[in-house]
Design a protein around this ligand. Structure first.
Ligand code: ATP
Ligand code: MG
Length: 391
């Protein structure tokens, strides 16, 4: 019996006139994600995507990988057979027997969807007949239509498709269908999650990281490259810009009040990020800021940071608690890398008492002692750029 994979997508199909574009991009992204499996056919039919010609590859493995592609709502490994009641009964029984062999379960039901209305039986009748057949041939099982331990799904379309499991996907929109933005990627827990969330909404992601070498180590930089690589697993190649902020931080320390060190460094990050974004056709910036988490993330501080740039700043974590963010970091696989204990450039010149409610006029005044243009130009002249490929 042929095994195939059914890929369901939700929001993508709501996009009206853009629908074919979103669907085609989703197929392209699936092909890219599964490129190591040779000979697969991936195509659209009945508002779903089918993956066929699996060859000797493990269908469950392919399904698991497909479920990680943004835009995918759920995935099932299905048996594909002719729409013939006897064949359907036999295949359903085989599926249930395999499940029983893997571990006993007390109840099941059969749920049928008849998309091909020319099929001679109605959905209810098919479910009844297939269910009855399973009952007759498996001892100790009962039917429970309300809370079954196992559901056997039967779909009658051009062929009959049978499956028992739906692997949930992340949802979202196909990668790179919603413009491009530049992620300010630190080595912390938050910013990788912020980048992932925007990528999930279809935003193509580039990244910039600021370090303070030699105050921060080479290993801190390697850590950020590792984080970018994990995010690239969900995206494509990520262009990572690495900028040394040390000269700027030293200038700030020499010329600005201590309580403003962090906020002014943050504004310089924004100045530089905006320049990189514009050069790379990114229409926005992304940060991992979450309201009130630290002094530089109070509403007043965020306002002062925003005032540094014209581009919109996307902060997908703004209303999340640390525990939610940490949970997501674990789910996407960045957490273990994020907690490696290397120094961050922001901690190099940490003020003892950072301003909690900075006012823009005061910050602008404090910045007058800095030669902004030269500082930014020097930093950009020494910028390194990497293309980070997925593992
Ligand atoms: P994260 O866990 O993402 O480092 P955080 O809670 O430590 O966040 P901050 O250090 O205040 O918070 O940084 C807030 C945001 O500013 C980060 O999420 C990131 O987007 C950006 N940022 C901070 N430091 C850097 C850096 N060294 N390089 C690039 N972006 C940075
Ligand atoms: Mg940080």
């Amino acid at each position: 019996m042929e095994k195939v994979i059914i890929v369901r997508y939700g929001e993508v199909s709501l996009k009206g006139i853009n629908r074919p574009y979103f669907e085609d991009t989703l197929i392209k992204n699936l092909k890219r994600a599964l490129r190591k499996y040779e000979g697969l056919t991936i195509f659209k039919k009945d508002s779903r995507i089918y993956i066929e010609n699996l060859g000797s590859a493990d269908p469950i493995q392919i399904a698991a990988e497909a479920s990680k592609v943004f835009g995918v709502v759920s995935v099932s490994v299905a048996s594909k057979l002719d729409s013939d009641l006897e064949q359907i009964k036999a295949a359903a029984l085989e599926m249930v027997s395999q499940k029983l062999a893997a571990g006993y379960f007390p109840s099941f039901k059969v749920e049928t969807k008849r998309a091909d209305k020319s099929f001679h039986l109605q959905s209810q009748e098919i479910s009844k007949m297939v269910g009855g057949f399973i009952l007759k041939h498996s001892a100790g099982l009962k039917v429970d239509v309300h809370r079954p331990a196992l559901t056997v799904y039967v779909e009658i379309r051009d062929y009959a498709y049978l499956y028992t499991d739906k692997i949930p996907g992340f949802g979202g929109m196909p990668y790179a269908t919603n413009g491009k933005a530049l992620l300010l990627l630190s080595g912390g827990i938050d910013s990788p999650v912020a980048g992932w969330l925007m990528a999930k909404r279809g935003v193509e992601v580039e990244a910039v990281h600021f370090h303070s070498y030699p105050f921060t180590s080479e290993r801190a930089k390697e850590k950020v490259i590792s984080l970018a690589r994990i995010i690239a697993e969900y995206c494509r190649v990520i262009k990572l810009h690495i900028v040394n902020l040390l000269e700027i931080q030293q200038a700030i320390r020499a010329n600005c009040p201590e309580e403003y060190f962090t906020i002014i460094s943050r504004r310089y990050m924004m100045f530089i990020a905006e320049k990189i974004a514009v050069q790379n056709e990114c229409s926005g910036l992304i940060t991992g800021e979450s309201l009130g988490q630290v002094a530089s993330q109070t509403i007043q501080s965020l306002a002062v940071t925003n005032a540094a740039v014209d581009l919109p700043i996307f902060r997908p974590l703004i209303g999340m608690d640390k525990s939610e963010i940490t949970g997501l970091a674990q789910k996407i696989g960045t957490y273990e890398t994020s907690i490696l204990p290397y120094e961050d450039c922001c901690t190099v010149f940490l003020p003892k008492r950072p301003a909690l409610k900075p006012r823009l006029e005061k910050i602008l005044k404090a910045e007058t002692g800095l030669d902004r243009e030269t500082l930014i130009k020097n930093a950009l002249d020494k910028m390194e750029v990497f293309s980070i490929k997925p593992y």
